[in-house]
Design a protein around this ligand. Structure first.
Ligand code: GAR
Length: 191
């Protein structure tokens, strides 16, 4: 067994999950053990299966009112949790079980454009509406509040007047795919 073992939490398409699965597939010391989703329709689940990584789903009651998900993580001897487009607040018991060991990616430059309801295209719409000249990504540790943990890494991209919400989303997604796996690797190995 490798010394560092990741669980990915993803709610949707899972393009970031896919980059992470590919990056760590043959890594000498880090492996993805399981992908967990609150959404049985999430494409992320099939992506994990294609990498022969276990994929499990849970509902709100299981996640909030029981320790079932924590038991799965313990079964897989997970050491770090990576949120990749995961849309629910992480409950306190998980944060306490993995202190400083949960990381998230947000598609904007926090502390701007964060908080409850700020996810996916809603973030890019808000950025465009505010007339920002740059946006980017924030990779941060997760605490009890949405988008407020210690910032680990940020990268920026410019916004031109001609950019639409869609082209902004594409630029940000490109940054996410380039940086997230490498930042996860450094975050795990250097702490
Ligand atoms: C990503 O852009 C990620 O930054 C965002 O959801 C998208 C998931 O895409 N996360 C948030 O908005 C969290 N507040 P993916 O499913 O293709 O990886």
């Amino acid at each position: 067994m490798k010394p560092h073992r990741i669980a990915i939490f993803a709610s949707g398409s899972g393009t970031n999950a896919e980059e992470i699965l590919a990056y760590f597939q043959y890594h000498p010391s880090i492996e993805v053990k399981v992908l967990l989703s609150n959404n049985p329709q999430a494409q992320a689940l099939q992506r994990a299966e294609r990498f022969k990584v276990k994929a499990l789903t849970f509902n709100k009651a299981q996640f909030r009112d029981t320790y079932e998900v924590l038991a799965w993580l313990k079964d897989e001897k997970v050491t770090h949790i990576v949120l990749a487009g995961f849309m629910w607040l992480v409950p306190d018991y998980l944060i306490h079980a993995y202190p400083g060991k949960i990381i998230n990616i947000h598609p904007a430059l926090l502390p701007k454009f964060g908080g409850k309801g700020m996810y996916g295209k809603f973030v890019h719409e808000a950025v465009k509406a505010a007339g920002e000249v740059e946006t980017g990504i924030t990779i941060h540790e997760v605490n009890e509040h949405y988008d407020e943990g210690n910032i680990v890494f940020q990268a920026t991209c410019g916004i031109e007047a001609v950019d639409s919400v869609e082209t902004i989303a594409q630029k940000v997604q490109k940054l996410e795919h380039i940086h997230y796996p490498k930042v996860i690797e450094q975050w795990i190995l250097q702490r």
